[in-house]
Write a protein that binds this ligand. Structure first.
Ligand SMILES: NC(=O)c1ccc[n+]([C@@H]2O[C@H](COP(=O)([O-])OP(=O)(O)OC[C@H]3O[C@@H](n4cnc5c(N)ncnc54)[C@H](OP(=O)(O)O)[C@@H]3O)[C@@H](O)[C@H]2O)c1
Length: 288
């Protein structure tokens, strides 16, 4: 049985959907969620829905019983909270006899990265390695789905600001990352322990601005700003401090080159590359 954790989240739900598409039936597919009532539609479609909150480790043994492959979707929240939660999930999976954990990690796990998220994923990958359970790290790049939030303001003002300098990154949509996770879980064997699920090219935010300008016919310009100014802006808009800080230091990691990675791993798993930036810009901004 393949079980996807966090199946009420945006990535987790898409992974379940992609498993259904690829397998053609709900047989052997399970989903865990914190609030089962919100997954009633999955249960109606024949998916085994189990309750699992990593903050309540006593419940995890039942959730993970009989699972051969666990797709562990990383959780949200402050850095230490996430690391602790993932640790509890990995320990419960090991104790339940799960054979293989596929973890949705991040392209940046560098020890010298300024990103809190790099520290989270580095720690969880280390916990997986120490657990003795077979594991695969599916290292995701930046979600393309966030581009409207990042760039959207520029459609009104002509300019968007980020503390990303001239750093380069690739952008892949959640649905495509879900496709890759499902393909990895259904593969009879995997050749590698780490898959870098990037696009096939990286772009700086000037190039992102140009792609959005082409898709919309409007003037869109990127203006780098300092980290402090950006974090203050996010906090002023009402974000909690930890989130403002982690959204800022991820762009600092982009500026420092930690997301400047392009690989063919996505195509190796899925059979074709993810959509390039021009297509994503058309889909996300073309009708605006
Ligand atoms: N690469 C990127 O650009 C990027 C951007 C943002 C986030 N991320 C990471 O990717 C993950 C999935 O993204 P998303 O867009 O699907 O986020 P999301 O919709 O906010 O989902 C958050 C996920 O965290 C799970 N979760 C939270 N607390 C939990 C707990 N105590 N026990 C078990 N699960 C818990 C939720 O499970 P339920 O299903 O039970 O609600 C849900 O699946 C995020 O949590 C974050 O780690 C990556």
């Amino acid at each position: 049985m393949i079980l996807v954790t966090g199946a009420n989240g945006q990535l987790g739900r898409r992974i379940v959907e992609q498993l259904l598409v690829r397998r053609g039936s709900a047989s052997g597919i399970a989903a865990s969620v914190r609030y089962p009532a919100r997954a009633a539609d999955l249960a109606e479609r024949g998916i085994a829905v189990r309750q699992a909150d990593f903050d309540r480790p006593a419940d995890l043994a039942a959730a993970f019983t009989g699972v051969d492959k666990l797709i562990l979707v990383s959780t949200d929240g402050p850095k230490e909270v996430r690391i602790g939660r993932h640790r509890k999930a990995i320990e419960a999976a090991r104790a339940a006899g799960v054979g293989h954990i596929l973890y949705t990690s991040l392209i940046d796990v560098a020890a010298d990265s300024p990103a809190d998220l790099a520290a989270v994923h580095r720690a969880t990958e280390a916990d997986l390695a120490a657990s003795g359970v077979k594991f695969t790290a599916l290292r995701n790049p930046l979600y393309a789905d966030f581009l409207p939030m990042t760039v959207g303001a520029a459609l009104a003002t002509g300019v968007f600001q980020l503390p990303a300098g001239r750093g380069r990154a690739s952008f892949v949509s959640r649905v495509e990352l879900a496709e890759a996770a499902a393909a990895a879980a259904l593969a009879p064997a995997l050749a590698r322990q780490v898959y870098q699920l990037t696009g096939q090219a990286t772009h700086d935010y000037h190039e992102v601005a140009a792609a959005v300008a082409r898709a919309t016919g409007r003037t869109v310009r990127y203006q780098p700003i300092g980290e402090d100014a950006y974090a203050e802006e996010l906090e002023a808009s009402g974000l909690p401090g930890w989130l403002a800080s982690s959204m800022t230091n991820i762009y600092a990691a982009v500026a420092a080159g930690h997301f400047d990675k392009a690989s063919n791993d996505f195509a190796t798993l899925v059979g074709h590359p993810p959509r390039p930036l021009a297509c994503l810009a058309q889909e996300l901004f073309g009708r605006r």
